[in-house]
Ligand binder design. Structure first.
Ligand code: COI
Length: 351
């Protein structure tokens, strides 16, 4: 049989959206503290997991997750996963925060490859610009009442075809002022559910008030930008001499965005100046463009940032009067991801 199969005709590819869709199945493996081994990978059709209700993954939030993407090349005949090695490493860092065994990089890569490969007909057609979202998840899975690490852990990889999370148009952002996402010496840099669930009530309220995306500042001084609730913070500044600078938030309490670091490398490759540093919130007044960067978000331009307590609204223009640096970065990033541009840094992993 020729691999990959063409995209399934069961999905309306003109309207993929960002939602859960049922596919052929997911990959599972478990780890026991007694054997110190991961079981051979299993491909399971049923999307429901069978785990004990007292699993610490459910009760104490002992879990971490990842997000990465797979895309088809222009002839639709090859599928590449974008930088899965980086997600493997980041998941190892997250696991250590919540006392879980790390998934070895080769197990992670094989599981992701199997999940994408066995669901290949659900990888969207190249021309749609959409990708297959890959969601690896690791959690404490054996029954455990006391607050100590359990004996068994489960690692699963789910996949689903998706468009981009915040859409493709510039978004309005609200700074969250009455909620601290990350404690100064806490777990802000870990991709754990505990950094996402507490945000929901605030991001829902913001959405209802007309803001598509929410932003966090550091909780100790409320001075420096941390990240968006869903993605990393990047900004562009043009100098009168015609130079372009990309500035990336470098707080120690943010999740190390693979998309942001890819965009940083792209900016360097095209001769822009780059700075990875703490960013004062007020600097938003000086930036020409602001972007959110993440696997699900891709690269989304921000058209305004509101801070209600000081009645501040920073606005950014995209279109004719602006060079739209974000588009240069986005087109290059997508060009590499979708196999249209040279993969100078070895970012594409063929399925
Ligand atoms: C991702 O971009 O992969 C994420 O995990 C963000 C999530 C809120 C969809």
């Amino acid at each position: 049989m020729v691999f990959p199969p063409p995209p399934t005709s069961a999905i309306d590819w003109s309207n993929v959206g960002f939602k859960v869709r049922e596919v052929n199945g997911h990959v599972e493996t478990t780890y026991s503290v007694h054997t110190k081994q991961w079981t051979p990978l299993r491909f399971v059709a049923d999307p429901f997991l069978r785990i004990h209700g007292m699993a610490p993954g459910l009760n104490y939030g002992q879990q971490c997750y990842e997000g990465l993407k797979a895309m088809r090349t222009p002839d639709n005949k090859q599928i590449n996963i974008f930088r899965p090695d980086q997600n493997a490493k980041r998941m190892q860092d997250s696991a250590r925060f919540v006392a879980m065994p790390t998934v070895p990089e080769d197990v992670f890569l094989k599981a992701v490859d199997m999940a994408v490969g066995r669901n290949a007909e659900f990888v969207p057609p190249h021309e749609t610009g959409a990708g297959m979202y890959v969601r690896p998840l690791l959690f404490g899975s054996s029954a455990q009442l006391g607050l100590s690490p359990p004996e068994e852990y489960t690692f699963v990889v789910f996949v689903m075809p998706t468009g981009v999370y915040h859409g493709v148009h510039p978004v309005d952002c609200l700074l969250l002022e009455n909620f601290d996402r990350a404690a100064p010496e806490g777990t802000g840099s870990a991709k754990i559910g505990g950094n996402y669930a507490p945000v929901l009530i605030h991001s829902e309220a913001a959405r209802n008030a007309g803001y598509n995306i929410t932003l966090h500042v550091d909780s100790q001084t409320r001075t420096y930008i941390d990240e968006f609730s869903t993605s990393g913070f990047l900004a562009i500044k043009y100098s009168p001499e015609g130079k372009t600078k990309l500035v990336i938030s470098d707080s120690k309490n943010i999740i190390r965005s693979v998309t942001a670091s890819s965009v940083e490398q792209i900016a360097k490759d095209i001769g822009w100046e780059t700075e990875r540093r703490l960013i004062r919130f007020e600097e938003c007044a000086e930036f020409d463009e602001v972007m959110a960067a993440g696997t699900a978000a891709s690269l989304v331009p921000v058209k305004s940032i509101t801070r209600k307590s000081t009645d501040t609204k920073y606005q950014y223009k995209y279109g004719d009067e602006n060079p739209e640096g974000f588009l240069t970065l986005l087109n290059t990033l997508k060009g590499i991801q979708f196999g249209k541009l040279e993969d100078k840094h070895g970012w594409r992993f063929e399925v």
